[in-house]
Design a protein around this ligand. Structure first.
Ligand code: PMP
Length: 405
């Protein structure tokens, strides 16, 4: 069912040597590597089909337009959206959150209103709301974290006041690995007519997504976290919301008619895609989603959960190592601190062993504040990683301990 050696062959960069050692790439929560299929799709576009989209009657423009629009359909199917009109291509999760903040929430948010987020959000799902709240004299409210890295959802009924105009929470934490019970959050918010945005930047690559089953209002993700190029991502939004939202960026392609007196906007989704989009990115994204579908997300989930359990068990045996984020329902992200050693030193020593881990606050400073730590070392695994690599990482942690006394 799952031939790891064949999978690894699909990712040419995994053959790289780093400082003379075979590369062990476990920085997948930051960005993932690309399979040959994606590299070929982008290269093939440039070699055979590239032109600007939508506006041309000529052969190549029609060809690239068809590929771009078929990529939208691939995204729609991958997250099971009801219509292609509900898929907006954006730069990534960050741009999608900013779009919702400015086009959806800004016009309806008043002084004293509230936006509910959580303590485990990535800065991308904090700052756009904070900036908007400041502008509108509204308030940011926070669902707090429990010690094990879960959200304290017992407080949700109290936090969902009639002042809350939107809930924005992550599906899976990039720092802690926690998978949130977003279905329950959505259900409780909807019972009070409050819309919900789900940050799927991490979840998209690690388990199947069905936006209709989730019943979320908005879902955002970035292509580069799911083996696709960077600079492309998607916003899913319900058609009813998109129809009433005003675009926040103006430019070419998002219009039907322009005069100096008045502009008539294009229909959805185009009215939210001002300017020449990332054509090659969208086509690369479709290729990545097709690749993942062919491998099978259910097989990927199973394999990654095995890796997570194996790594957790191995790391727990290291004296002085403390796991940050031990929720029962986790994706394959393991953050830890090592007594007496700064994460930056761990990262540097690991790098000399060819191991790419990430150290720092992972754009989640409120989580670091919660645990009263400056940073963690994060091993984020995906389906091209192996148990043998986890053994190497465990040995490297022991080496760090020896070197740092
Ligand atoms: N949310 C989460 C949970 C993330 O992990 C990330 C990326 N680290 C983002 C949002 C932002 O994604 P991007 O930088 O691709 O826009």
């Amino acid at each position: 069912m799952f031939d790891i050696q064949n999978i690894r062959k699909d990712f040419p960069i995994l053959q790289t040597k780093a400082h003379g050692k075979p590369l062990i790439y476990v920085d997948n929560a930051a960005s993932t590597q690309k399979p040959q299929q994606v590299i070929d799709a982008v290269s093939d576009l440039y070699q055979n089909s590239y032109a600007n989209i939508h506006r041309g009657v000529h052969y190549l423009s029609q060809k690239s337009t068809a590929l771009y629009e078929s990529a939208r359909e691939t995204v729609q199917k991958f997250i099971h959206a009801g219509s292609v009109k509900e898929i907006i291509f954006v730069r990534g999760a960050t741009e999608a959150v900013n779009l919702v903040a400015n086009s959806y929430l800004a016009p309806i948010l008043g002084a004293g209103d509230e936006i509910l987020i959580s303590e485990m959000e990535h800065h991308s799902n904090i700052i756009p709301w904070q900036m908007l709240a400041e502008r509108k004299k509204a308030q940011l409210k926070i669902i707090p974290l429990l010690e094990n890295g879960e959200l304290d959802l017992t407080l949700l009924p109290k936090l969902l006041t009639e002042r809350v105009k939107l809930v924005a929470v992550t599906h899976m934490s990039n720092s802690l690995g926690t998978i949130n019970n977003v279905s329950s959050i959505i259900e409780q918010a909807h019972a009070r007519n409050i819309p919900v945005l789900i940050d799927g930047a991490q979840s998209i690559a690690h388990f199947p997504i069905d936006v209709q089953a989730l019943d979320c209002d908005f879902f955002v993700f970035s292509g580069h976290k799911i083996y696709a190029p960077s600079g492309i991502g998607a916003l899913y939004a319900r058609e009813e919301h998109l129809k009433s939202m005003r675009p926040y960026q103006g430019g070419g392609d998002m219009i039907l008619n322009v005069s100096f007196e008045k502009t008539e906007f294009n229909e959805i989704p185009y009215k939210f895609e001002a300017g020449t989009p990332n054509i090659e990115g969208a086509i690369g994204l479709a290729s990545a989603l097709n690749y993942i579908s062919a491998v099978g997300l259910s097989v990927i989930v199973q394999y990654e959960q095995e890796l997570l359990a194996y790594a957790t068990e191995k790391f727990e045996t290291v004296a002085g190592l403390r796991l940050i984020g031990t929720a029962p329902n986790k994706g394959s992200v393991i953050s830890f601190v090592l007594e007496g050693v700064h994460p930056h030193d761990i990262g540097t020593i690991m790098d000399m062993e060819g191991i790419a881990v990430r150290t720092g606050h992972h754009c989640t400073q409120p989580i670091m504040d919660h645990y009263n730590i400056p940073a963690t070392t994060r091993v984020s695994l995906c389906f091209y990683n192996t148990k043998a690599e986890i053994d190497e990482i465990t040995s490297a942690i022991h080496k760090v301990k020896e070197l740092m006394g």
